[in-house]
Design a protein around this ligand. Structure first.
Ligand code: 9WN
Length: 449
């Protein structure tokens, strides 16, 4: 397959087209993750979307976060899906989750899933405040007011993560489902998923995803049916546990410590602490405490090469895999200068961005050198623009402006096709999955301006 060569857009054209795509996916107070495939709000997508929207309209960016937090659970959890009214095509839908029926913590009047996703929101709040400051005193004043309104929810979210998702104080977040990592079928989770065995009587629901893609290739680019049976069974286990953290920890057949989500949590806590300091808000010591604890937790899993390693909490075994999640310390720091250097070098090595077969020199979700690599199958190989954005952000933040600039130029090259696909084939450059995918358009907008 030759890489399609539409006329590459200039950065301004990319930004304009991305703004148009986001507008098309805007349903008023929330932006759907993608038309067709994902007609609802997803938690970490919403954070990236707010980062992109901050370039267009600070009030609209804040609305995105307010909508998400309006569906926050009583225990502080921010759900991974907030269902938009009027579209029943996505499975599992509200009936399958049955959150309100089994948990007193679920919000009343809002249909949500019973899982979470990586907490990028604090990073988004920081970016929105920066944009407001650049826009002038009027924008800053009203944005600060609205961030004050979000603040208790943000603190409760971070407290939930620190207390309920790390009760042993390892500085690592526990996840109950691969979906909570946002990297559904990543090789990171192959070993723990092999221990997830759906009960014989369990009837999996209809898969909407492969049909929504509506191409012969849809099934080849998505998780397999075997994967999906396990995903669905875990939801059943969680529902039976009443979405209660203590019960889930006792009964679930999947329980892992996720280094990438933990690094995002450390970084987002640090960012939020700076917002709190600037706006004179309470709780900044607590946030700084989360940042330090989770930075240490992530670093504690890193080898001499700096790569962070997830942990299977049911067996106590480290989960070695060559995936983009290994670069977690580039987001939060905490490793030694030698480990940091090794990680940056690895990022540009032939195992990653320097692989000679890549259409664009960007990190694939799984290293092409890994036996688990599959260039077209979701998180097992394709390049995902929001993950590129996170690495650029982390490199900038950790004193690597040149490396960040190199990645940024490649990212803009990829995004100049104006398609804003969910993910890209690393060898052919073909856009794959949902489109226009809102978080892809959002990071394009942010990078292009
Ligand atoms: C399940 C919305 C989400 C992203 C995830 C991505 C995918 C959902 C799915 O889509 O997950 O949560 O149905 O496959 O893996 O990262 O947030 O874009």
């Amino acid at each position: 397959l030759a890489r399609p060569q539409p006329t590459a857009l200039t950065n301004v054209e990319t930004a304009v087209r991305a703004a148009y795509a986001l507008r098309g996916n805007d349903r008023g107070s929330l932006t759907v993750a993608a038309p067709g495939l994902y007609p609802h709000m997803w938690s970490w997508d919403a954070a990236f979307i707010a980062i992109g929207l901050a370039r267009l309209s600070i009030p609209r960016a804040l609305t995105e976060l307010e909508t998400l937090f309006s569906a926050q659970w009583r225990n502080g959890m921010v759900p991974h899906i907030v269902f938009a009214d009027g579209d029943a095509s996505y499975e599992p839908g509200p009936k399958r989750w049955a959150c309100g029926a089994v948990s007193a913590d679920a919000p009343r009047g809002r249909a949500t899933s019973g899982l979470m996703q990586p907490p990028v929101h604090g990073i988004a709040v920081r970016r929105v405040l920066d944009a407001a400051r650049r826009a002038g005193p009027g924008e800053l004043h009203s944005a600060a007011d609205r961030i004050r309104g979000l603040w208790p929810g943000l603190l409760a979210w971070h407290r939930y993560l620190a207390e309920r998702r790390d009760p042993d104080h390892r500085g690592l977040l526990t996840i109950y489902h691969g979906w909570e990592s946002g990297m559904d079928n990543s090789p990171r989770w192959d070993v723990p998923y092999s221990a997830v065995v759906p009960a014989k009587a369990f009837v999996p629901f209809r898969r909407a995803d492969v049909h929504a893609l509506d191409t012969m290739d849809g099934a080849a680019q998505r998780p397999t049916d075997g994967d999906y049976a396990r995903y669905q069974w875990l939801i059943e286990e969680l529902r039976q546990a009443g979405y209660d953290d203590a019960r889930a920890r006792e009964t679930l057949s999947f329980l892992v410590a996720d280094v990438f989500a933990s690094a995002i949590f450390a970084a987002a806590s640090a960012e939020l602490a700076t917002v709190g300091d600037e706006l004179g808000l309470p709780g900044t010591d607590e946030l700084t405490g989360h940042a330090e604890r989770f930075r240490r937790g992530v670093a504690s899993t890193a080898g001499d090469d700096g790569f962070a390693t997830d942990l299977d909490l049911r067996t106590g075994q480290p989960l070695h895999s060559q995936t983009i999640a290994g670069f977690a310390p580039l987001l939060c720091g905490g490793v030694s200068p030698a480990q940091h250097r090794a990680l940056v070098d690895a990022l540009f090595s032939p195992d990653w961005c320097g692989h000679p077969g890549l259409a664009v020199a960007l990190p694939p979700s799984t290293s092409p050198s890994s036996p688990s690599f599959d260039p077209a199958r979701y998180w097992r190989g394709p390049q995902w623009p929001p993950m590129t954005w996170l690495l650029i952000w982390g490199l900038e933040r950790s004193g690597e402006p040149e490396a960040a600039a190199v990645l940024r130029a490649s990212a803009l090259d990829q995004l100049s096709d104006g398609v804003f696909a969910e993910y890209y084939h690393p060898f052919t450059g073909t856009p794959l999955g949902g489109r226009p995918q809102s978080w892809t358009a959002a990071v394009a907008l942010d990078l292009a301006l």
